[in-house]
Ligand binder design. Structure first.
Ligand code: ASP
Ligand code: MG
Length: 399
């Protein structure tokens, strides 16, 4: 008998029919003697609809009020799922984030979980109940409702699993696991049965949208065994088969010789590149260029500074395409001050990254990647690397 947290995404909760399927699956696990906590997302499209309503009233919605509205999608989901279980004769109870003490900071629309009070949930589990908790939301110190950012239910589920010291967190979604790359782009992509937490962290932050990045950080920090698996299979399939399906995020690097050097290839289409030309090469250049960008809350990804010629240098960095216009505006504002001769931008670039812990022990991975791109006549604009990743920036037409 184990304590298991199930998380179901919006597609899995997309209609009352699907919610009944989720109930059937959850009931199967409970019948097998496990203690089950379920964390569902809002029904698919619901969070977008709620945000859309807010924007009809206020084009830049007030963040606190936006969270008040956006958090309601999950409240509907938990109630419906609890009813679907009750209708099957199962004892189930649903809670919102504040009812089970999911405390966050006050960064509305992107709040971070600070603590979870597990006492109420434990008491219910001890009484044999299935406990259903809203994903995506919590409450700050002043009692304001907060949300964790888009896709935040993944993080709720893993954080709840960590707080309860669950044996496993099962993330049920509309794909059957983590793939070597996006199968919609590359038909030869295959599912990985296992991936290390570090690789998953890189893939998630590099644009694979299977899990919210922060949920992977939580899984890593609290060592929560987490599995990504399909919710679209027959809910009554054998429990044994289901428990071994999907992709397990593991914490051990296998010393297995046959382990692939590269586990996955991630990509980000929506990048933009900005080059600041002819700035004086002296201490503080990077700070004076990137300081105002960071003050504007714009995240910078890849950075290069060129060799200086006659005391002047060029400085290039990338931002997400959403932030491109704003970043250009910020730089135009400080252009004089930083002594730049020109600011150039290119919003039609994409980033491709190869990820694998095997890179630590294998040389030549980068050169193989560069050769492959060269053979296709693809120019590399920027390169960045870490111990287990190589990223290149290319023209979006080659994505
Ligand atoms: N419902 C929220 C969203 O659409 C949270 C989630 O689904 O994870 O972003
Ligand atoms: Mg999601």
């Amino acid at each position: 008998m184990a304590l298991i947290v199930h998380k179901y995404g919006g597609t899995s909760m997309g209609s009352t029919e699907r919610i009944k399927n989720v109930a059937a699956r959850v009931a199967k696990w409970h019948d097998a003697g496990h203690r089950i906590v379920v964390v569902p997302s809002a029904m698919s499209g619901e969070t977008n609809r709620l945000i859309g309503l807010a924007k009809e009233i206020m084009s830049q919605p007030d963040p606190r009020e936006l969270d008040m509205i956006a958090s309601t999608g999950e409240q509907v989901s938990v109630g419906l799922l609890a009813m679907a279980l009750l209708a099957r004769g199962k004892d189930a109870v649903s809670y919102t984030g504040w009812q089970v003490g999911i405390k966050t900071d006050s960064a509305f629309t992107k709040a971070r979980i600070q603590s979870i009070d597990d006492s109420r949930v434990r008491a219910d589990l001890d009484a044999g109940k299935i406990v259903i908790i809203t994903g995506f939301q919590g409450v700050d110190d002043e009692g304001n409702i907060s949300t964790l950012g888009r896709g935040g239910s993944d993080t709720s589920a893993v954080a709840i699993a960590a707080a309860l010291k669950a044996d496993e967190c099962l993330i049920y979604t509309d794909v059957d696991g983590v793939y070597t790359t996006d199968p919609r782009v590359v038909s030869e992509a295959r599912r990985l049965s296992k991936i290390t937490f570090e690789e998953m962290l890189e893939l998630a932050s590099l644009g694979s949208k299977v899990l919210q990045t922060r949920s992977v950080e939580f899984a890593g920090n609290y060592r929560v065994p987490t599995r990504v698996l399909s919710s679209l299979t027959d809910p009554l399939m054998s429990l044994e088969e289901e428990a071994n399906s999907g992709t397990l995020i593991s914490f051990e690097e296998e010393s297995n010789m046959e382990q692939a050097v590269i586990s996955g290839i991630a990509f980000h289409r929506d990048e933009a590149k900005i080059t600041v030309l002819g700035v004086p090469d002296k201490p503080g250049v990077a700070f004076h260029i990137l300081g105002p960008i960071s003050e504007a809350n714009i995240e910078v990804d890849m950075i290069i500074q060129n060799q200086s010629v006659d005391g002047k240098t060029d400085f290039t960095f990338t931002v997400s395409r959403n932030d491109y216009q704003r970043a250009m505006g910020v730089l135009e504002g400080v252009k004089e001050e930083i002594g730049a001769s020109k600011i150039l931008g290119d919003a039609k670039v994409s980033k491709v990254s190869a990820v694998g812990v095997g890179m630590r022990s294998h040389v030549g991975v980068a050169s193989k990647m560069f050769r492959t791109l060269s053979e296709e006549g693809i120019n590399i604009m920027m390169i960045s690397t870490s111990e287990i990743k190589i990223s290149v920036l290319i023209d979006e037409k080659y994505m």
